[in-house]
Design a protein around this ligand. Structure first.
Ligand SMILES: [Zn+2]
Length: 362
């Protein structure tokens, strides 16, 4: 085994590779002598026998030794900078009403447009443009509710002209009924856990997007809940499969909950009855800081008599925070129930209220 940088012991690096420990990202690379391929410490590929591993300080060193970059973990690319992606999201939030060409956004954070776009998509799951569209669509609905009239709302939300409102590509929410498979039969769902400000958090995703976000007492309890929701799917811990993507998504949500980072606009894979899908899509459109009643939800989906069914659909929500059922209160203004406990509901509402500009607080 060759060691150019004595900062890390070989034993430590072997352990990091065995654990696929992301904390060692950027500190070393490893190559496999039998395949002549080199990887990041966190590469999800099956690691080779310890005696076949060789360690490198950086990409040029690995290449000089005649190794090729792994196609899976792409060690020749820079590690993803989640904080930088959050800085971009904050910038978009501040200037959502303006036209923001990629070149201008990229210049503002000191990256090339290509790299900026790629980083943003890796962390938030959508392009900067789709993120901005999502913000505008929510603000458009908010302006309409505040009584500015449709035309005023269109211009204030930055659409420029009424014809653009309906042409804006929205992010992927939900799936075609033809693609729906009960219980996740034949599918692989990957999951990851974090300990966030509201307790243990689990996120799970199909290849279409996030299908499960829940709070719970422990990883084991959450895994039981995931298995109950998708009894026929193959469940695997994200590190084995699609680790990189899901890790960044749950990190972005954790940052939102634990340190007031921007709210991630992740691609969602919603699954439910036609009625549940109506309710959940309505929830996704409730602007941050706003609350509605179950009767508002029923009226909002065009079924004013169905407020009990609307409440049941909220209670069956599998996407905590991302489909914000915590913004639905009882008709008398009482907190109402919450699938993950009313204390968490109160904490989420307090957090969102605290984040609003003064003028909008009542
Ligand atoms: Zn690799």
């Amino acid at each position: 085994m060759k060691m150019d940088r004595p900062a890390l012991h070989a034993e430590e690096m072997l352990r990091a590779v065995a654990m696929r420990d992301r904390a060692y990202e950027g500190r070393f690379l490893y190559g496999v002598e039998t395949t002549r391929i080199f990887c990041r410490p966190s590469c999800p590929s099956r690691a080779a026998k310890p005696e076949n591993l060789r360690f490198f300080a950086d990409v040029p060193e690995a290449q000089a030794a005649g190794y090729r970059a792994c196609k899976r973990c792409r060690p020749e690319e820079r590690p993803f900078d989640v904080e930088k992606a959050q800085e971009i999201a904050r910038l978009i939030e501040k200037r959502a009403e303006e036209a923001l060409p990629l070149s201008r956004l990229a210049a503002a954070v000191g990256l090339s447009p290509t790299h900026m776009q790629k980083l943003f998509k890796a962390v938030f799951g959508v392009s900067p443009k789709a993120y901005q569209d999502g913000l505008r669509a929510r603000r458009f609905k908010e302006l309409l509710r505040d009584g500015d009239g449709v035309t005023g709302a269109i211009y204030e939300a930055g659409y420029g002209s009424p014809s653009r409102v309906y042409g804006e590509g929205r992010r992927n929410i939900g799936m075609a009924p033809s693609a729906y498979r009960a219980g996740g039969a034949g599918e692989t769902i990957s999951y990851a856990c974090r300990h966030c400000a509201l307790g243990q958090l689990m996120m799970a995703a199909t290849d279409r997007g996030v299908c499960f976000v829940m709070f719970g007492e422990s990883e084991a309890a959450l895994l039981d809940a995931l298995a109950a929701e998708f009894p026929k799917a193959r469940l695997q811990k994200s590190i084995e499969a699609d680790g990189e993507r899901l890790s960044r998504w749950i990190d972005a949500l954790d940052a939102h909950l634990s340190s007031r980072g921007p709210r991630p606009e992740l691609p969602l894979d919603l699954r439910g009855t036609a009625f549940q899908l109506l309710v959940w899509r309505f929830l996704i459109c409730i602007p941050e800081g706003n609350v509605v009643s179950y009767a508002d939800v029923a009226a909002g989906i065009g079924k004013p008599k169905a407020h009990r069914a609307a409440a049941s659909a909220c209670a069956a929500n599998r996407l905590a925070v991302l489909a914000p059922c915590h913004r639905v209160l009882r008709g008398d203004g009482g907190l109402g129930g919450y699938r993950w406990g009313v204390n968490r509901k109160r904490a989420l509402l307090d957090m969102e209220r605290a984040g609003l500009p003064e003028a909008r607080k009542r």
